[in-house]
Design a protein around this ligand. Structure first.
Ligand SMILES: Cc1cc2nc3c(=O)[nH]c(=O)nc-3n(C[C@H](O)[C@H](O)[C@H](O)COP(=O)(O)O)c2cc1C
Length: 193
């Protein structure tokens, strides 16, 4: 039986969306049963005003099915992607995480596997802290965290906690270069679990 995988992302400027979409494409290429879900953001319009790039994928993002906790009940593997905001997950992603509250006492998510990715401006931006915030959330839910192996892509290094892509000060450095092969390799690793 094929594994059920859900990719849940929040994105204002499009970068987490593009990474989520790349994961989706790679899982599809492996014939996985995968769905792509967008975290609702009531502050999207306000946040988008800060970035001229934000309009580029806005409509595409809004056309993606909205994430609901119940839609993840039958997932074997959940992949979370959030922009790094002040060294943490975004408010929209945190609000979505808090919606898991009724399902914590019943251990609904216990034993599922999870993986995280994030984007942040640069190496000093605290992307690893955002990954850790997602990891901690997963642990609270009883999920088993999938780490990044040290040899994921030859000659490249990534944090053990998940994948990070740096978008620059204007959030306009689109995912390319080392993150793309890393997504492909991570997909293949996850499919073997
Ligand atoms: C409220 C806010 C807080 C942010 N905090 C950080 C931060 O702590 N570190 C950082 O590197 N970038 C920070 N950024 C930049 C975001 O990480 C960047 O816009 C995001 O990664 C782009 O992802 P997206 O294209 O999927 O929206 C912040 C942006 C906003 C709007």
């Amino acid at each position: 039986m094929s594994k059920k995988i859900s990719i849940v992302f929040h994105s204002v400027c499009g970068n987490n969306y593009l990474i989520a979409k790349e994961f989706y494409k790679e899982f599809k290429a492996q014939d996985a049963d995968v769905k792509l879900l967008r975290v609702n953001d009531p502050n999207l319009e306000e946040l988008a005003k800060q970035f001229s790039i934000a309009g580029q994928y806005k409509n595409e993002i809004l056309n993606i099915e909205e994430a609901k906790v119940e839609k993840l009940f039958d997932s074997d593997i959940i992949i979370f992607g959030s922009p790094t905001y002040f060294g943490n997950v975004s408010g929209a992603m945190k609000a979505f995480m808090d919606e898991f509250s009724p399902h914590w006492p019943e251990g609904r998510f216990w034993g599922k596997k999870m993986f995280s990715f994030t984007t942040c401006a640069n190496g000093e931006g605290g992307g690893d802290l955002c990954l850790n915030a997602m990891t901690l959330f997963g642990q609270h839910m009883g999920m088993m965290i999938i780490p990044v192996p040290g040899n994921l892509v030859t000659g490249q290094s990534f944090p053990a906690y998940g994948l990070i892509h740096y978008v620059g000060d204007y959030s306009n450095l689109r995912p390319s270069g080392k993150i793309i092969p890393a997504i492909k390799e991570m997909t293949l690793k996850i499919m073997k679990l």
